[in-house]
Design a protein around this ligand. Sequence first.
Ligand SMILES: *Cc1c(COP(=O)(O)O)cnc(C)c1O
Ligand SMILES: [Zn+2]
Length: 413
Amino acid sequence: MQHVQCARCVRCGREYEATPDVTTCQCGGILDIVYDYDYIRRTFSKVNLEARRDHTMWRYRELLPVEPETPPTPLRVGWSPLYEEPRLAEQLGLGKLYVKDDGQNPTASLKDRASAMAVAKAREAGAHTIACSSTGNAASSLAGNAAAAGLKTYIFVPSRAPKGKVAQLLTFGATVISVEGSYEDTFELSKQAIDRWGWYNRNAAINPYLSEGKKTVALELMEQLAWQAPDYVAISVGDGCTIAGLWKGLKDLYAIGFIDRLPRLISVQAAGCCPLNRAIETGEPWRPMEENTLADSIAVGVPRNADKALMAIRESHGLTVNVTDEEILAAQQLLGRTCGVFGEPAGVTGTAGVKKLCEQGVLGRNDTVVSVVTGNGLKDVANAIRACGEPITIPSDMGRLLEAFDQRGIRVE
Ligand SMILES: *Cc1c(COP(=O)(O)O)cnc(C)c1O
Ligand SMILES: [Zn+2]
């Protein structure tokens, strides 16, 4: 990989060769892939990008840590829609609002970007089996992307994972281990099993390539905005791999001169589980928290990518905001009825954060904000119904329909 220099520890700076199965630093720190931006600038331009027909994450190959001959993964990951939402912006009192619906990926979450990368790197490593532990979406996306590439998967999920995600895993043929315990317990067991059997490891903090896959959300977003940086990009945060990837993608584009300023990040966590935001807010090291939120994908009490995530938020002069489960459910309903976008609770948490910051007067008429919806609502229908209530249930009878409308004050126009 001529465009990749090394994998560098974010804690101690030690450098390693960027082999497909490079993991963490001796010191326990997480590695970051370092690029040769001078080389990339010479080989990659907006003009050659715009001529490209490939509308998947692999269209940004010059900025991705794969060998030139590594084939793109089979599922169509990336190039999710970016919608401008003037009515929602008006309602919130924002200058401009864009929603990027990453629930439109093949297994219905942003995690597909990381899992496709994991599959590409596993192939380079000559591995036939990949394993991971996950709150749900990393698992289902890995299972789907691996199935399409003919690889076998072992997946560890906490037993609280919603049924929609477990159904995806089983359908994609993964061996699913549902761990009775927290995400922390799940992660520990997966680590031991991976050590024991030598599977390719898709765990977010261990594998430095995953945030490189996730960064394609930023590359895409900026191309869709014709390289005009917004003021803010809001996203939900669990382990921290996603926000770190988002920031990496933005910095890459800045480094090669595709954008001339960097947006600020908005890190949104659930009030019941916000160890990273709390660290930023207090200026103290992060401490584990309980996993007390219905937004299961970000119920991460011990974040695995804390260093990279905290660095991303700080470097971008980012904002933090924590939202309650009620605020998450309200945002789910608001996005659904105003934009026609159906997100899972963690998927809409970023938007819940934007709404809250508007209400607090932190964001307003002068701001352009992108909110990334990270996962699709069909993964967790129980919470969607909790957010929006039950339908009108009656027999097939016009009289009963009129009565029901009357009772609920529904006036038909
Ligand atoms: C995983 C996930 C997140 C958070 O990503 P992290 O890398 O864990 O911070 C947010 N939303 C959804 C839907 C997810 O699946
Ligand atoms: Zn180190």
